[in-house]
Design a protein around this ligand. Structure first.
Ligand SMILES: Cc1cc2nc3c(=O)[nH]c(=O)nc-3n(C[C@H](O)[C@H](O)[C@H](O)COP(=O)(O)O)c2cc1C
Length: 200
């Protein structure tokens, strides 16, 4: 079956993150963002795509900082309350009934109850007419107790990450229910030596 190009999310599960920011006037804002990706490894950069008309984008331009919060599936009922268009003066923590988790390196707070928090400083904006790719430098990465195993690998069953697939009708929320095999990074290299690990 051939799909329309914009139907790519129907075949590509995406994470649901919440980006929290504070406006120049001090108003707290939250918005769900799924168009998000890390920039290679072992770089400390993360990138997301934002439509131009977003309070989130304006706040990041004004303050240069944001938190990427990773929620569990129990946050599904917070997606619409934070995704609704609301005036910039509305405190979206209050509107969505979410408590703040103070950040350590920036003023923008994280969201209590998520399983991970990336405190980010704006590194670079790749601006197009209707959207921007926003690249952030992760200044501090915190993970809730109990979601990492002994090898510092995320236990998807414990984190229960909120994800989504898209259809013509809307967003279908999902999570990870099963883990499969494992390969070390070194398996990609003929010498068996991962240059990233070798470089320390
Ligand atoms: C699950 C989900 C994922 C979303 N992902 C994005 C995204 O990656 N980029 C974007 O610009 N908008 C995205 N949106 C839309 C924004 O969250 C929505 O427009 C929100 O009202 C923006 O809030 P703000 O104006 O306070 O920033 C998403 C919405 C939902 C429900």
């Amino acid at each position: 079956m051939i799909l329309k190009p914009f139907m790519r999310e129907g075949i590509m599960p995406l994470p649901v993150s919440f980006i929290s920011t504070v406006s120049a006037d001090g108003v707290r804002n939250i918005a769900p963002y799924s168009c998000i990706m890390p920039v290679l490894r072992p770089l400390d950069l993360i990138c997301f795509a934002s439509a131009e008309k977003r309070d989130t984008l304006k706040n990041i331009r004004d303050t240069g900082e944001f938190v990427i919060n990773l929620p569990g599936a129990d946050f599904e009922n917070k997606v619409i309350p934070t995704a609704r268009m609301s005036a910039p003066e509305v405190d979206e923590f209050e509107a969505a009934g979410l408590a703040e988790k103070p950040s350590h390196t920036i003023k923008a707070p994280g969201i209590m109850g998520c399983y991970a928090w990336m405190e980010c400083r704006l590194e670079k904006e790749f601006k197009e007419e209707k959207y921007s790719l926003v690249m952030g430098k992760v200044l501090r990465l915190e993970v809730a107790d109990g979601v990492l195993d002994d090898t510092l690998h995320l236990d998807p069953m414990a984190a229960d990450p909120l994800m989504m697939t898209g259809s013509k009708q809307g967003m279908h929320f999902c999570t990870i229910r099963e883990t499969k095999g494992f390969e070390p990074f070194s398996a990609m290299f003929p010498s068996g030596v991962d240059p990233v690990t070798a470089a320390g």
